[in-house]
Design a protein around this ligand. Structure first.
Ligand code: M6R
Length: 607
């Protein structure tokens, strides 16, 4: 998703702006640009593709100002060309934008009618013309922005520079995050704390509707009603080290390997080892009164929700409705007063999920949020905040956030069951004991990395791959397929193994590898029967199971991957590892851009 950085500096800013953009590369982008003010002129440089192209442009045509804004663009309106890249500018004003201006068409028509010349296909350019028009009328930058913001519909974070006011930047946010950084005689704007990590540790998060005027010596923040407000300045906690790859080849690989540690950290804040009990944060509503849970999420977080549905229903006997956030709001869901609506998100900024959360809030739901970024919009709007402690996740393909989400959700389901009197003290102790076994089991799963790397050579030439699982392994089949699609660009589908015979079995032939996830346990035999149906039709099966499962059903498979023998409760966490590693190594064999796959953004802040 687009990344913004702005500096009102004491020294030339171009290099630091570009470094800031580098720290935001993980968000996903397809062009970039920078604008500084040099000798009273806006100096703009832009390039298609990777940041290296912008660096090359700047080598030949520097932009040596002391104040500037910069942007990585993830295309929404208009192709990823240099003329659509931000900053967009008029003679007077330059601006970068994250989000979508939904009413840009009528505004653009109106201004084109006034003779204004548009150079791009973007929704953003309309904003620069609106602000410029006010400035050209003689208004101050503050007056111009105050006039324009109420005219914009949609979502935006903006950073704006003014040719005739080379000492200020203005930022604004509605729906897309923006952070103010406080330096020594310098001030900063950024899309997130990581962007500003080496520049300052003192940051303030703008709230919805806020806008801010930055000078070298400070920031004046206004709310949506233009009242001057203060926003807490806090220690960012983001360190440049947290976003380094260390000895790993890719962030995704590093993050897969971090799972034993971060799952242990996450469990540590929800389980009490002293007495093997579940301990949730304090909240002021009665969990036992919850009659229904609505879970809403996107992508990988949605698959964590699918697994959690099994747990909430099995342990706490609460019915669970589940929806993709992008579908939820538009189907007019029935929400009874006092229901629990649970939102799962790594970033806490996914626009669809955030919009669904606000819809639920307006409709009397208690808002629970399982989120990895504790300062995110979702975290701030939660009644029940359940953080995952995965640390910054940089790889676009989500890995460690997923297993940490599962850890939190299992603890929440067990806690509800205890509170409702459906789980005895002994059963609670058993559940906690099994959850605490997860980090060691994750390590044991990682021990099979080399086998999986070797197996990836069998998968890389395929055009289509099927993943099969049953029960709580069915969502994992979907997650495995998503991981493979995202980073290796191989078409893959995840199916409930029993559903195969109702259609997809027609796809089976020697060219379509079928990955079967089947830990031994109550559903093992049924899954294996479905696997045999595939094999009987010439299907090439890769079986992922434990030693017992492989001994029973491994013969005749093109490959097998052995997992440790684990309790079914933690199987979804442990079996995440082979599907993540398989996608990772397949992508490496194919030579794709593992951490920044084409077309994808880390956090999708547009609907
Ligand atoms: O930040 P979120 O968890 O809300 O993001 C949701 C999806 O965009 C995300 O899981 C996406 O599907 C990942 N790229 C999956 O690897």
């Amino acid at each position: 998703m687009c990344g913004i950085i702005g500096i009102v500096g004491d020294a030339p800013v171009a290099d630091r702006l570009v470094d800031g953009l580098k720290r935001m590369e993980y968000r996903g982008y397809d062009s970039s640009g920078i604008c500084t003010i040099v000798d009273g002129q806006l100096v703009r440089r832009r390039a298609e593709g990777k940041l290296a192209n912008l660096v090359e442009v700047l080598k030949h045509d520097p932009a040596d100002g002391l104040i500037g804004i910069a942007h990585t663009r993830w295309a929404t309106h208009g192709a990823p060309t240099s003329s659509n890249a931000h900053p967009h500018a008029t003679e007077e004003v330059a601006l970068v934008h994250n989000g979508i201006i939904e009413n840009f068409r009528p505004l653009r028509e109106q201004m084109a009618g006034e003779g204004r010349n548009f150079e791009s296909q973007t929704d953003t350019e309309v904003v620069v013309h609106l602000v410029s028009r006010e400035v050209e009328k003689g208004r101050s930058p503050q007056e111009a922005v105050r006039e324009v913001l109420p005219q914009l519909r949609g979502a935006f974070a903006l950073a704006i520079a003014f040719k005739s006011h080379p000492d200020i930047l203005i930022g604004a946010r509605l729906g897309s995050p923006l952070v103010v950084g406080y330096g020594e005689g310098e001030m900063f704007l950024g899309s997130d704390a990581l962007a500003l990590a080496p520049l300052t540790q003192k940051i303030a998060y703008l709230e919805e509707g806020d806008w801010v005027v930055l000078t070298k010596s400070g920031a004046t923040i206004y709310d949506a009603e233009n009242n001057e407000v203060t926003r807490e300045v806090q220690a960012s906690g983001a360190t440049a080290a947290a976003i380094e790859k260390g000895n790993y080849r890719h962030y995704m690989q590093k993050e897969i390997y971090e799972q034993p540690t971060v799952v242990a950290q996450t469990l540590g804040s929800y389980l009490r080892r002293e007495d093997n009990s579940v301990a949730l944060p304090q909240f002021d509503f009665d969990l036992t009164a919850i009659k229904r849970i609505t879970i809403v999420a996107c992508g990988t977080s949605y698959y964590a929700a699918m697994v959690a549905k099994y747990w909430f229903e099995q342990f706490a006997r609460v019915p669970v409705d589940l929806d993709f956030a992008s579908e939820f709001r538009y189907r007019d869901p029935v929400l009874e007063d006092g229901g629990l609506a649970l939102f799962i998100s790594q970033s806490g900024e996914t626009a669809d999920t955030l919009a669904a959360l606000r819809h639920c809030k307006e409709n009397g739901q208690i808002i629970g949020v399982v989120v990895n970024v504790p300062t995110s919009s979702m975290a701030r709007e939660a009644d029940l905040l359940l953080p995952t402690h995965a640390g910054p996740e940089i790889g676009v393909a989500s890995t460690k956030a997923f297993t940490c989400q599962l850890a939190v959700l299992a603890a929440l389901a067990a806690h509800m069951a205890v509170k409702k009197g459906l789980m005895s003290r002994e059963e609670e102790q058993e559940v906690v004991k099994h959850l605490l076994e997860a980090p060691a089991a994750l390590n044991a799963a990682l021990d099979h990395d080399d086998d999986i790397a070797a197996m990836a050579h069998l998968i890389a030439p395929a055009r289509d791959v099927l993943y099969l699982g049953r029960g709580q392994d069915y969502p994992l089949a979907m997650e495995g397929a998503l991981k493979l699609k995202e980073i290796s660009y191989i078409h893959a589908e995840g199916y409930a193994s029993g559903e195969m015979k109702h259609g997809p079995i027609a796809l089976i032939d020697e060219a379509v590898p079928v990955i079967v996830l089947a830990p031994s346990g109550p559903l093992f035999e049924k899954t294996v029967s479905n696997m045999e149906e595939v094999r009987a039709r010439g299907g090439q099966v890769v079986l992922i199971s434990d030693a017992e499962g492989l001994a029973l059903a491994g013969e005749g498979c093109i490959a097998t991957i052995e997992m440790p023998n684990v309790h079914p409760l933690i199987a979804p966490l442990v079996y995440s590892v082979p599907v993540q590693l398989l996608a990772y190594h397949t992508a490496c064999v194919k030579g794709t851009d593992v951490d920044q796959p084409r077309n994808l953004a880390k956090s999708v802040t547009v609907e």
